[in-house]
Design a protein around this ligand. Structure first.
Ligand SMILES: [Zn+2]
Length: 97
């Protein structure tokens, strides 16, 4: 293998890794700026968001109280979270135009 083709392989591998990294952070980070449990904006809270997870999906809620509520009915809040993500995705796509 020549040095040129070797470095091309490295670049390709780096691209694949960065793509995976972007996907992982998209799935792991809570994109909505509001708590799915009580609708509070994270920015209006003094405390950092609390991470909760359900079936491998992790989301952030605004406080420990909400985390406890989330744990009581995760399906409900995960659904709300997904709807919120879909909404944000749409509004971001519109803003980009
Ligand atoms: Zn809260």
């Amino acid at each position: 293998m020549s040095i040129a083709s070797f470095s091309k392989t490295i670049v390709a591998a780096a691209l694949v890794f960065s793509a995976i990294g972007a996907t992982a952070s998209f799935a792991g980070e809570a994109l909505p700026e509001t708590c799915v449990v009580n609708g509070d904006k994270f920015s209006e809270h003094n405390n950092p968001p609390v991470k909760v997870s359900h079936e491998g999906e992790s989301i952030s809620v605004c406080c420990k109280k909400c985390a406890r509520k989330f744990e009581k009915s995760p399906e409900k809040y995960i659904k709300a979270y997904r709807e919120e993500l879909a909404k944000e995705g749409k509004s971001k796509a519109q803003a980009a135009k």
